[in-house]
Design a protein around this ligand. Structure first.
Ligand code: HEC
Length: 102
């Protein structure tokens, strides 16, 4: 996980300098949403949710509920480890998927 964090940090600073300064969590959220490193099945969130597909009920959930759903997808759909509900990574994923809220 440390290696992943380091990689994410470097990616954020090099690929999204302005984005990262203004809205760090959205930039990080996008990287995580598209990363196959979160799981063990060579899939990312985008594999099943391209352009927010399947996320149309997001507006019905509060952040706590969304975090539980995201962890369920992380564990079951990606074969990865759930992440801490208070972590920067989790908050970034919530902020990013909220972009698809109608
Ligand atoms: C193997 C496919 C798959 C992957 C990969 C996947 N999901 Fe899901 N996800 C689903 C399915 C299926 C649902 C249920 C959708 C439904 O009920 O229409 C869902 C539901 C959700 C929901 C609830 C949205 C809603 O409107 O019901 C969120 C938020 C979500 N996923 C986020 C993520 C995130 C973040 C990732 C990456 C960490 C991810 N998902 C990876 C299949 C996947």
């Amino acid at each position: 996980m440390n290696k992943l964090n380091l990689l994410l940090g470097i990616l954020l600073m090099t690929a999204f300098p302005v984005f990262a300064l203004e809205t760090p969590s959205l930039g990080l959220g996008k990287i995580l949403f598209e990363s196959v490193e979160l799981g063990t099945k060579d899939r990312s969130c985008v594999t099943c949710h391209p352009h927010g597909k399947g996320l149309n009920m997001i507006g019905d959930f509060n952040d706590t509920e969304l975090k539980d759903i995201i962890n369920a997808c992380l564990r079951d759909a990606l074969g990865g480890q759930p992440i801490s509900l208070e972590s920067q990574e989790m908050n970034a994923l919530v902020a990013y998927v909220r972009k698809f809220q109608k």
